[in-house]
Design a protein around this ligand. Sequence first.
Ligand code: NAD
Ligand code: TYD
Length: 357
Amino acid sequence: MSTILVTGGAGFIGANFILLARKLQWANIVNLDKLTYASNLENLAELKGDKNYRFVQGDISNLELVNYLLQEYQPNAIINFAAESHVDRSIFSPQDFMQTNVAGTCQLLAASRFYWQKLPLEQQKQFRFLQISTDEVYGSLQLEEPAFTEDNPYAPNSPYAASKAAADHFVRAYHHTYGLPTLTTNCSNNYGPLQFPEKLIPLIILNALAGKSLPIYGDGQNIRDWLYVIDHCAAIYLILQQGKIGETYNIGGLNEQTNLSVVEKICYMLDELVPQLNFSYSALITFVPDRPGHDRRYAIDCSKIMTELGWKPQESFDSGLRKTVEWYLHNPLWVSQVHSEAYQKWLKQNYENRGIV
Ligand code: NAD
Ligand code: TYD
């Protein structure tokens, strides 16, 4: 079986990918993660005792460590999930995003190049560097504009999106300059189990259950294209197997929703699953001051991966959202563990000025 070096595998999407990869025996996995606030080793607790899974705490910027891991484990592929991933935090501290998302990716590319160049020819041909990117690099769409294709020019608006765009350009340059066999995926908003509760969907589920306000930025009419995380993981594996070297693939949920509609759906689901007498959770919805530079609409045209590789999302928004809400309901221990002091501090920093404590 092949070996994949996964970076950022203790976070939301990386952990879902690793769990699936081990369950379906896709590959042996080495997981390099710095263990920032967004990570949680509990996400991977079920892999305890799995001889084909290794966890290493460390930074993708640590060239010496990455060089060592590549020599030691001889992976056939690297999937780079590691990132600072929250737009609101990037507004408060853009430098952290520059450090990991840009400089870290550059270091990982440098180590990958030297490792790949020294591989025997057969292994060199098989090796892939897969960069996990986002649709946010394309900027914002007006309502009437067509969805983003792979040919859209990059126009990032938030410090997060700018850092991911810069990293994507380095990946592209490593392919064109050195021939490194790269692949890049640009995916829309993910949701599902294990997502850190600073992001919209888990934030709303957990605030509602705690009887707290449900903060909606601006007028709630911003649109995102939501994809269930397992559908994203399946797409990543398919692209790793069959994607054309040097190309980028858009991955989307064919599922555009306004933020208000997402929040209302969660409320109605909770009304059914955890009913309260004479009260709908939607009464907690609170419109709050907007995010600076808030992109109005993201929409992904994923016809390339659908027609060329035969992928399509399996989960509908209703079924995926129900699984997600049920997961948060059934995992109170996980939820209590991520509600650290540092997280409370973040909530204060981001929401106090918006009138929500
Ligand atoms: P996340 O914030 O949940 O997890 C990120 C993980 O990376 C954490 O475990 C963290 O500890 C680790 N990490 C951070 N800096 C690191 C460093 N310097 N070295 C090693 N590890 C480090 O993020 P996520 O939502 O799982 O996103 C994963 C990737 O997918 C990111 O690259 C993100 O840009 C991209 N993406 C996310 C979404 C989404 O909706 N969540 C959509 C499209 C693309
Ligand atoms: P988020 O989950 O942060 O993802 P992204 O910014 O990467 O799209 O936010 C999704 C949408 O929800 C985005 O339009 C911002 C909005 N939002 C709110 O309205 N309230 C909130 O408290 C948060 C965190 C997000």
